[in-house]
Design a protein around this ligand. Structure first.
Ligand code: NAP
Ligand code: MG
Length: 498
């Protein structure tokens, strides 16, 4: 097999920059542009035309018109399913181009974008396409003289606001269930990842999604995101991002039309390692889970909670894992990690690490300085870093870093491990490592998290929901449950003549 020369291919990469409204690429009303740089090498990318309230109004109007005339909602579910499955095929056919786009815009290794992200995106869209015509409505037995129908109706206009870390996986997790239910959508991608979002949406049109059913507006969160959140003609907001912005969307709703908001927010997941665990697997997997995707992962196992009796052995394996994951050019064939999304974000991550050191943590592996990849001094790289001496309550232990930084906390008992795991405001995910089935169940029942992994990490499937509790929000992505977020239950009563 001939290896793709990604660096050469990147030179001819075309990157769309306009908004997508009613099936057309259009210029926004205003003149403002957003200069973007590739975090890989600091090079300039095509400027993005920034939207404002007028662009939001136009996109929402396009989605509303498409919903009103039922050009999509009125199709048979089997027809909607077929178009979505065709869309998934087109994603697969264009996977290399889109993976390269993601890698250039947000810095993850192109191989991961291709083999993990693009596969997940196609799989997600196909999965919802397949379930389209397999969801029966209900008619509860209500008596001989009446007929009661309980149907799931599309909610109307759905707004999806997404982050940049798994830009298209997060987008597919929203678009799959929202579209299969018959809604029209306005998508606002993160500022850093507009190009891949536009490419994904264009393929939906090519697959036969009617114009206006999926619109894309680009712009700053505080402008475009807020205008969408406050819009009086939007029925549902599905949001993935930081806890603070998730709460802002709940406020926008309360201050406008009371639209429903589904927040899927950040995490500070604990990986609890009990003394009887397979220590090498537990240590390596927890470290991997906090470094993978440059640590820019909502479910990152950023806190390793280890029984004191095994901490030395665990640290030994965690260090080996960190050393095997040194960042490299994301367009090289075998980079384990790429660049952080931006120079700005790199500075945030450095700030977290330096703050931890001031609070008394020590760098066990890695560093508190930027990492330089040969030949790319302008790239925003950071090496996997393990901090020891971290205590519950320290800022590094409480706050999401969203970089490849693992905090190690030692505990003396299972009880203490549970207390530490539950000691933050967030509750997305957790893992417990033990060979004792009862201990695994005791811990997993008491850990406040939407997802608990026992002796594994990042296990997932389209049929299984994903989401958090507490400050991590209450939305759930994936599975048939996600479709319910975008539908209303409707009851129709009919009196029957005897
Ligand atoms: P973010 O800053 O919250 O931004 C997310 C989205 O919200 C972006 O599209 C952003 O637009 C927009 N936004 C920002 N400020 C806004 C405002 N004031 N009003 C309305 N919209 C606004 O998050 P991020 O930095 O992109 O992503 C990282 C976060 O996402 C982390 O907390 C991570 O844990 C979380 N995440 C959660 C999951 C999950 O499934 N639970 C999955 C992945 C990521 P701009 O880009 O234009 O600012
Ligand atoms: Mg942002």
């Amino acid at each position: 097999m001939v290896e793709t020369n990604w660096i050469q291919q990147a030179e001819g990469l075309s990157l769309p920059t306009q908004h997508l409204v009613n099936g057309q690429l259009v210029d926004p009303f205003g003149e403002d542009v957003l200069p973007l740089r590739s975090p890989r090498d600091g090079s300039a990318l095509p400027e993005i035309a920034l939207g404002d309230e007028r662009d939001v109004d136009r996109a929402v109007a396009s989605a509303r018109a498409a919903f009103k005339d039922r050009r999509w909602a009125g199709k048979r579910p089997s027809e909607r399913g077929a178009i979505m499955r065709r869309w998934a095929e087109l994603v697969q056919e264009n996977a290399e181009d889109i993976a390269l786009t993601i890698s250039v815009e947000m810095g993850k290794p192109v191989r991961e974008a291709l083999n993990v992200e693009l596969r997940a995106v196609a799989n997600c869209i196909r999965w919802y396409g397949e379930i389209a015509d397999k969801r029966p409505d209900e008619n509860p037995a209500a008596g001989d003289d009446v007929l009661a129908l309980v149907t799931r109706e599309p909610a109307g206009v759905v707004v999806a606001v997404v982050p940049w870390n798994f830009p298209l996986t997060m987008t597919a997790w929203k678009l799959g269930p929202a579209l299969v239910a018959g809604n029209s959508v306005v998508l606002k991608p993160a500022e850093q990842t507009p190009y891949s979002a536009l490419k994904l949406a264009q393929l939906a049109l090519e697959a036969g999604l009617p114009a206006g059913v999926l619109n894309v507006v680009l712009g700053r969160g505080e402008v475009v995101g807020a205008a969408l959140g406050r819009h009086m003609d939007v029925d549902v907001v599905t949001f993935t991002g930081s806890p603070a912005v998730g709460r802002a969307f709940l406020r926008y709703s309360g201050e406008s039309n009371g639209k429903r908001v589904w927040p899927e927010l950040g995490g500070k997941s604990a990986g609890i390692i009990l003394p009887d665990a397979d220590l090498e697997k537990a240590a390596r997997t927890t470290a991997w889970g906090s470094f993978y995707n440059q640590g820019e992962m909502c479910s990152a196992s950023s806190r390793m909670v280890v029984h004191r009796s095994v901490v030395d052995e665990v640290l030994h394996y965690a260090r080996l894992q960190a050393q095997e994951m040194a960042p490299a050019d994301p367009l090289s064939a075998d980079a384990p990690l790429g660049a952080l999304v931006s120079e700005n974000h790199l500075q945030n991550v450095l700030g977290h690490v330096r703050g931890a050191i001031e609070e008394g943590a020590e760098v066990h592996t890695g560093s508190a300085e930027r990492f330089t990849v040969d030949g790319q001094p302008e790239g925003s790289y950071f090496a996997p870093t393990i901090l020891t001496g971290v205590e519950p309550g320290m800022a590094i232990e409480q706050n999401e870093v969203f970089g490849p930084v693992l905090s190690v906390l030692t505990v003396d008992s299972e009880e203490e491990a549970i207390q530490v795991a539950n000691g933050t405001n967030l509750g997305l995910a957790a893992a417990v490592w033990t060979r004792d089935l009862s201990a695994a169940m005791r811990v997993s029942r008491r850990v406040n998290a939407g997802v608990v992994w026992v002796n594994c990490f990042e296990e997932g499937d389209m049929g299984v929901p994903f989401g958090g509790v507490k400050g991590s929000g209450f939305g759930r992505d994936k599975s048939a449950h996600a479709i319910d977020k975008f539908t209303d239950l409707k009851t129709t009563w009919m009196e029957l003549e005897s």
